[in-house]
Write a protein that binds this ligand. Structure first.
Ligand code: MSP
Length: 507
């Protein structure tokens, strides 16, 4: 079984920010989940290198475009590497094979008489790289998504893709495939976008204005509209138009932010229909991260969360944990350096790491550094073991974006239960009396084995820390096998590994 997951490809007109880090980390979590349950995976992420704003960003720095793109490409890749994003394919739209395929797709559509040349007078937002209707703008005549970037007046001849002939068919596809857009609120939003006749989509830019792009195969005075070219990456990554792309393509799931629903939900399916290519399986839409108090993040307010700064100070897993744990699918979620620190200290540190280090240190000092052999299990032991299996079960089946925070809530709840169990069983008291020594061994064994199970599940979310924890427990790690939440995997009387503080307290 295959699963192909894509993230948007990110504009390189600035450094990678938390929104970019977020989608790629979530895609990575989905990938690790699906690998764990036996799927073959392909995860693509990367950069969108064409268009006017990238071109202007290079010019602002006085850099050659190629050098600029290379520099930013490296920067984005480094962020994903540091965040443990296990992408299989890092997209750069300047790749020759991609450009050839884009041109091929345009020619196919052009040959079907679905592309027309005409003059357009109107407003353009460089931030969206889109022409805007008056009704799309604020009262002040600005783009609501890019209020600080002035919209431009344009009067240009361009090539346009006919959209309206495909609207009904797309609506039918959405009706027949309730899972095509998730969550439901965004499916409804897409239906609203399709409730009125569609204007033709401008798919070119004259070279007099934009040179950074794929030349139109049927008119060398124009380059391809950046969105047309960028969307096509999803297909060119799996080798379209060569045979063999179809198996992966049929499973394709696009993770996207809410602001790019229209290009993915309207432009992209219609481009594909026009070219005679099947639609992707699914659009998984997420909301945005905003600063504390719901304020948009901005340099001037000083509330921007820089992913690299967090990785440098707290480690990749602190950020991965926060993003995974606190994302809400139906509304924007808040983030700040303080929130990340608090969650890291209180959850990873106090609830998970601390229990591991207490139980492991206890074994080191009392049981010769070994996992103690358990005696008969009490009702309390059985109860906590069953609760842990139940809590991590979600990670042994297919998960979608909204399942991630939901499953982590269950893990945290059961970690609270494990801490309560440990405190109530009080192994440090049991060890004092030879009569209760066996009971003490059992409690430590149960705690360590339950922690092992929790960390096996958390390999999907915080892989580096989880692997360190499993190494401390000397627990067998079986990559390549389907993961099942089983008990009693920890070898009794086996040596524990070196103990380290997994989540040192952040000040
Ligand atoms: N280049 C296009 C995508 C082309 S895909 C064929 C683009 N790039 S982008 O860099 O502007 O944005 C990429 C993604 O980042 C979008 O999914 C967007 O929703 C997401 N985010 C931007 N800001 C964000 C937050 N504050 N929070 C979460 N995601 C955010 O659009």
């Amino acid at each position: 079984m295959k699963s192909y997951i894509t993230t948007p490809i990110y504009y390189v007109n600035g450094s990678p920010h938390i929104g970019h880090a977020f989608t790629s980390v979530m895609a990575d979590i989905l990938k690790r989940n699906r690998l764990a349950i036996g799927y073959e995976l392909l995860l693509s992420t990367g950069v969108d290198e064409h268009g006017q704003k990238n071109q202007e960003a290079a010019a602002d720095l006085g850099m050659e475009i190629k050098d600029y793109l290379d520099m930013r490409g490296k920067e984005f890749r480094a962020v994903f590497d540091r965040l443990d994003v296990s992408y299989d394919y890092f997209v750069r739209t300047s790749r020759e094979g991609h450009k050839t395929a884009v041109a091929g797709m345009e020619q196919t559509i052009f040959d079907k008489d679905l592309i027309v040349k005409k003059q357009y007078t109107g407003t353009y937002c460089k931030g969206c790289e889109e022409f805007k209707r008056e009704s799309d703008l604020t009262e002040e005549g600005q783009c609501p998504l890019h209020p600080t970037m002035k919209v431009e007046q344009t009067d240009e001849t361009n090539y346009f893709l006919k959209m309206e002939p495909f609207r009904e068919r797309l609506l039918l596809h959405i009706a027949d495939n309730p899972d095509f857009v998730q969550p439901q609120a965004f499916r409804n939003e897409l239906k609203r976008m399709l409730s009125e006749p569609l204007e033709d989509l401008c798919i070119s830019r004259p070279k007099t204005r934009v040179t950074l792009g794929v030349e139109l195969p049927f008119d060398p005075d124009f380059v391809t509209y950046v969105w047309f070219d960028a969307l096509a990456n999803y297909l060119t990554n799996v080798g379209w138009p060569d045979e063999g792309y179809a198996d992966w393509w049929a499973t394709c799931e696009h993770l996207i932010g809410k602001d790019i629903l229209k290009p993915h939900g309207v432009y992209w399916p219609i481009m594909l229909m026009a070219a005679g290519i099947p639609l992707p399986k699914k659009l998984s839409v997420h909301s945005h991260w905003v600063g504390a108090g719901g304020v948009k993040m901005s340099k001037s307010i000083g509330n921007v969360v820089d992913p690299i700064e967090i990785v440098d100070t707290l480690g990749a897993d602190a950020l991965r944990w926060y993003l995974a744990r606190h994302m809400r699918s139906d509304s924007d979620s808040q983030i700040s350096v303080d929130f990340i620190k608090q969650t890291y200290n209180s959850e990873l540190g106090n609830k998970i790491g601390n229990l591991l280090s207490r139980a492991a240190k206890f074994s080191k000092s009392r049981f010769d550094g070994k996992v103690p052999a358990a005696g008969p299990l009490s009702a309390e032991d059985e109860a906590i073991r069953a609760a842990v299996v139940e809590a991590v079960k979600g990670f042994s089946t297919w998960i979608d974006l909204p399942d991630i925070p939901h499953n982590l809530q269950k893990v945290i709840t059961v970690c609270d239960d494990m801490n309560t169990y440990f405190a109530e069983q009080a192994p440090w008291e049991l060890i004092k009396n030879p009569e209760t020594e066996e009971r003490c061994r059992t409690v430590i064994y149960v705690t360590l084995d339950c922690l092992r199970l929790v960390f096996e599940a958390l390999r999907q979310v915080i892989p580096t820390s989880a692997d360190k924890a499993l190494a401390m427990l000397n627990a067998p790690v079986s990559d390549g096998e389907v993961w099942k939440p089983a008990l009693d995997v920890l070898g009794q009387e086996t040596d524990l590994g070196e103990i380290e503080n997994l989540f040192p307290r952040a000040q």
